[in-house]
Design a protein around this ligand. Structure first.
Ligand SMILES: [Zn+2]
Length: 132
């Protein structure tokens, strides 16, 4: 069984086929759909060619069901929060950067903390301090 990805606000299932689906708005007000890989550490994504995001631009990610802004305001607003249910039915919080070009993902649960991506040091401190 594959990992499942759900909205932390409404429990909507965001994984469709090979991608996790979001609606997104850039700080400049451009709107579009973003599909990202469900494999942690894989930064493959699909955007419509008309939806262009510049490197370093901050993007707000929204749940396509309940339209909640998925930013982790309580930790760091540039991070996007999801829930993941793994193949053992264990629940993890997943965080990734909403800043274009920052490749980092964090998997956090009571038992485990894992980080992925070339930019993973950027937000590592938030999770280290949180776990103390
Ligand atoms: Zn939702």
């Amino acid at each position: 069984m594959k990992n499942d990805f759900i909205c932390p606000k409404c429990d909507g299932h965001l994984l469709v086929g090979e991608f996790i689906v979001f609606t997104a708005i850039t700080k400049k007000g451009k709107r579009g759909l973003i599909l990202i890989s469900p494999h942690l550490g894989d930064y493959t994504r699909v955007l419509h060619p008309t939806f262009q995001v510049e490197k370093g631009e901050n993007v707000d990610y929204f749940c396509p069901f309940c339209h909640a802004n998925l930013a982790a305001f309580d930790i760091e607003p540039r991070l996007v929060r999801l829930l993941m249910i793994d193949e053992n039915s264990e629940k993890h919080e997943i965080f990734f950067s909403g800043v274009e070009g920052e490749n980092c993902t964090y998997k956090v649960s009571e038992k485990k903390y894992e980080k992925y991506g070339s930019s993973s040091e950027v937000y590592d401190i938030y999770f280290k301090t949180r776990r103390v």
